[in-house]
Design a protein around this ligand. Structure first.
Ligand code: NDP
Ligand code: X2W
Length: 309
């Protein structure tokens, strides 16, 4: 039985991973009491006793955890923070992003779990870059809304406890206003972009769920691509797996609204290509749960792929 230690198991992402693993008989969970969650000695012992350590910590604490494993050459790691997502020594844990990726995850010792927004953005952009539909130099923009659990324990408290001094009263707010959000490098590298995208995130007053939008001007793409041909390329790219669904053109005809909470509680992602036949523009849309395919669900999926080695 594989021993799994979730460092940060009492935080938002960690708890959801623990819940997903609790009923499983094929893994043994090593656990740290909540009161000891920052006890470095205990964490170091548990980290070094695991077959797979899943880090659900802020970036600095993740780096510290990797330091605690420096004399160890067998513990495998899944890190959910931003610390290693563009590090070439780490496998990027988005199994569907191309056909070889699941194999890279399976064979890796170190796996960086993707960010929630990048999962949507890369899921939409990478296939169109890989097939040459989005040309070099194209100015990609990414607009998104996340459920507030995306901000971890602190934002959850700010959104849910109006008596706090730092309570957030807005029902929907933009942030990342300097356009230097920590997810931009990851979207650029794994989206295979030659220009960093403009990324504008926002948060809504709902706990879990996410919409990521990438609008495109068709006349600025190569070779007369249409909504239909872009859709066909996405369908072909994601054939043969059941985590990322490209919604059919017929089904899209009956959709007039997209609900950010549609996949809350699920570990899959839906992709849409909105627009109209013969139109000048398309809007690529991804819907996912920021804590599902955007974090904890993806971490468990990566763990399973690693255990299949
Ligand atoms: N929430 C989400 O939707 C997503 C989160 N992530 C990433 O997952 C990671 C965890 O985020 P999230 O679960 O949201 O955050 P939370 O703040 O909810 O949880 C983080 C946990 O880590 C603990 N912690 C913090 N510093 C240390 C330390 N030095 N040593 C040991 N434990 C520590 C915290 O303890 P304490 O309570 O004492 O602060 C808390 O229990 C982050 O890197 C985040 O960016 C990635 C994708 C989506
Ligand atoms: C709503 C919210 O605050 N979201 C977080 C991102 C959540 C996530 O994907 O976590 P990583 O930081 O590990 O990538 C943010 O914008 O910083």
């Amino acid at each position: 039985m594989a021993k799994i230690f979730i460092d940060g198991e009492h935080g938002t992402t960690g708890l959801q991973i623990r819940t997903r693993l609790a009923a499983r008989r094929d893994v043994e969970l090593l656990s740290i009491p909540e009161a000891e969650r920052r006890n470095a000695g205990m964490r170091e012992d548990l980290l070094n006793s695991a077959d797979i350590a899943i880090l659900c910590l802020p970036d600095d604490a993740s780096r510290e955890a990797i330091g605690m494993l420096s004399g160890n050459n067998h513990v495998r790691v899944i890190d959910t923070s931003t610390a290693y997502r563009v590090d070439p020594a780490w496998a990027y844990g988005f199994a569907e992003m191309d056909k070889a990726q699941a194999g890279k995850i399976r064979d890796a010792r170190f796996v960086a779990n993707p960010g929630c927004y990048p999962t949507g953005a890369i899921g939409l952009i990478r296939p169109l870059r890989a097939s040459g539909i989005i040309p070099d130099g194209y100015p990609v923009t990414v607009n998104a809304v996340s459920g507030y659990t995306g901000g971890g324990k602190q934002m959850i408290a700010q959104m849910e406890d109006a008596s706090r001094e730092d309570a957030i009263t807005a029902n929907h707010f933009l942030y990342g206003l300097n356009l230097k959000h920590k997810h931009v490098p990851e979207m650029t590298v794994h989206g295979m972009l030659d220009r960093a995208p403009v990324f504008s995130p926002s948060v809504g007053r709902f706990p879990q769920g996410m919409i990521v939008q990438v609008p495109l001007f068709l006349e600025d793409l190569k070779n007369g691509f249409t909504r239909e041909s872009i859709h066909k390329a996405l369908v072909a790219y994601y054939s043969g797996q059941d985590v990322v669904e490209v919604v059919g053109l017929e089904e899209m005809k009956s959709i007039s609204r997209i609900d950010a909470e549609e996949l809350a509680g699920q570990d899959t992602m839906k992709l849409f290509v909105f627009g109209s036949t013969g139109g000048d523009h398309v809007n690529l849309v991804a819907v996912l749960d920021n804590l599902g395919k955007g974090a904890s669900g993806a971490a468990v999926q990566n763990m399973d792929i690693m255990l299949s080695a």
